[in-house]
Design a binder for this molecule. Structure first.
Ligand SMILES: C[S@@+](CC[C@H](N)C(=O)[O-])C[C@H]1O[C@@H](n2cnc3c(N)ncnc32)[C@H](O)[C@@H]1O
Length: 207
């Protein structure tokens, strides 16, 4: 794994991956709501970009056993964790994992749904990652972005502390930049805030 960003992600998760699922439960708000929304939809293939330990993919597989699920992550350490759990649950026929960067990975196919769950704020180049995602979603497909918001309804001190805390983990929230990018590129989107701007969920479609 020679790519500098992948190395950085492995450094971030070298030790924290062991307690990732338990600790992030309290920070990564909105994930189960998003999975429920996905569970209600009739899709055949879904790809999670920055799937980490595979927590979301495993939940999706348990919700519907007939769909094909794919996960991409820059960190092979996180993927090893995911792989182990997927094998233990005998879900390897339903979930395929890939190591690589959101900005450049070529799947050679398109998906019905792509999901960035708290990963877009960690990629080195969010514009490239989104352009690549748009290439990989079918014409009537959907891309979901769930991520940290601007903490707009939080006191200034808390807001500053949150940005500092997230920086330790190489997380750089960029909600406004994302919306400007989507407007400039005529990508249709609907969005809603979660917990007073702590996070947000945006649904992108090509038309
Ligand atoms: C905060 S974790 C979120 C994991 C999972 N999506 C969840 O909701 O629990 C972010 C993940 O994105 C991955 N990531 C960061 N930059 C990436 C990139 N450029 N390409 C692919 N994955 C990336 C990290 O390695 C990490 O596993």
């Amino acid at each position: 794994m020679f790519d500098p960003h992948s190395k950085r992600m492995n450094t971030v998760y070298r030790y924290t991956r062991h307690c990732y699922d338990i600790s992030r439960k309290f920070f990564l708000l909105g994930r189960d709501g998003l999975l429920e929304e996905l569970g209600k939809q009739d899709y055949k293939s879904i790809c999670e970009v920055g799937c980490g330990t595979g927590r979301n993919l495993i939940k999706l597989a348990k919700m519907n056993s007939s769909n094909k699920l794919f996960g991409l992550d820059a960190s092979d350490l996180m993927l090893k964790k995911a792989e182990k759990r997927i094998k233990k649950l005998r879900l390897e026929d339903q979930i395929c994992l890939y190591t690589g960067l959101a900005e450049e990975y070529d799947f050679n196919k398109q998906f019905d749904i792509l999901v960035f769950s708290y990963s877009l704020s960690m990629v080195a180049d969010y514009k490239k990652a989104l352009n690549n995602a748009l290439e990989h979603v079918s014409d009537d497909g959907v891309i979901y972005v769930l991520d940290f918001g601007n903490f707009e309804n939080f006191p200034n001190l808390i807001k500053k502390l949150m940005y500092k805390f997230l920086k330790i983990f190489s997380v750089y929230p960029g909600k406004n930049e994302l919306f400007s990018f989507l407007k400039r590129n005529n990508v249709f989107y609907e969005t809603r805030d979660i917990a007073g701007g702590y996070s947000f969920i945006t649904k992108l479609t090509k038309s």
